[in-house]
Design a binder for this molecule. Structure first.
Ligand code: C5P
Length: 225
């Protein structure tokens, strides 16, 4: 039997991490864990309860009483917040523009990282986020850091939005992506940064399949040996 490994995929906002991670997981029959969805779910609940995202303590208390479940369903992933399906709601513009404020607090990150490590306790996992290779799974056998120009990332988000029937403003999308990257990179607790031993892949002019294939090739050198 092939040996199962752990694959960590990090990178800035809208670099294609989740699409690529899902594809790689599907090809290998691994579990896909979207850690951004966990921060998004907490942010959604805090916004609903009007909890100030800048205040660490009330937010951490809220997280202690919050159940976030990631369920594999077919080729997708369902996100349950206290048992309710919030898969679509957590992708809203409001959650997207607020999530980085919730994610910057050390107490929040500590709890999330514990939950994420528990989810990845067995091998055969592809996990994507911002701090997976550096903090959550520093021993992951494959570490990837995906990057793409901000123009390309905004363009991809624009097209995703069009498919959902929204007509976003391109400049606004670009600003939101840059702002999120800035907050994620400048925070003190586990900032967005490439792990020293990660392979950087610039996806600007690559297709999803080409990026996934590069990762699968790397994984194959470890599992076939
Ligand atoms: O990956 P996604 O864009 O859904 O992540 C949403 C936000 O969650 C990021 O902008 C970041 O603030 C936070 N995040 C994080 N650490 C992770 C995953 C996401 O801080 N591992």
């Amino acid at each position: 039997m092939e040996q199962e490994i752990t694959i960590a995929i990090d990178g800035p906002a809208a670099a294609g991490k989740s699409t690529v991670a899902r594809l790689v997981a599907e090809k290998l029959s691994y579990i896909y864990i979207d850690t951004g969805a966990m921060y998004r779910a907490l942010t959604l609940k805090a916004l609903q309860k009007r909890i100030d995202l800048d205040e660490e303590k009330p937010l951490a208390d809220l997280l202690m009483h919050t159940e976030i479940t990631l369920e594999q369903k077919g080729e997708g992933q369902i996100v349950l917040l206290d048992g309710n399906d919030v898969t679509w709601e957590i992708r809203s513009q409001k959650v997207t523009s607020h999530v980085s404020y919730a994610a910057k607090h050390p107490a929040i990150r500590k709890e999330m990282v514990e939950r994420q490590r528990a989810l990845a306790a067995r091998s055969g996992v592809v996990m994507d986020g911002r701090d997976i290779g550096t903090h959550v799974l520093p021993d992951a056998e494959v570490k990837i850091f995906l990057v793409a120009s901000v123009e390309e990332r905004a363009k991809r988000r624009y097209e995703e939005n069009l498919q959902k029937g929204f007509y976003p403003d391109m400049e606004e999308l670009k600003r939101e992506i840059e702002e999120r990257d800035r907050i994620d990179s400048e925070r003190e607790a586990a900032p967005l940064i490439k792990a020293a031993d990660a392979t950087e892949i610039d996806t600007t002019s690559l297709s999803i399949n080409e990026v996934a294939q590069q990762i699968l090739n790397q994984a194959a050198t470890l599992t076939n040996g």
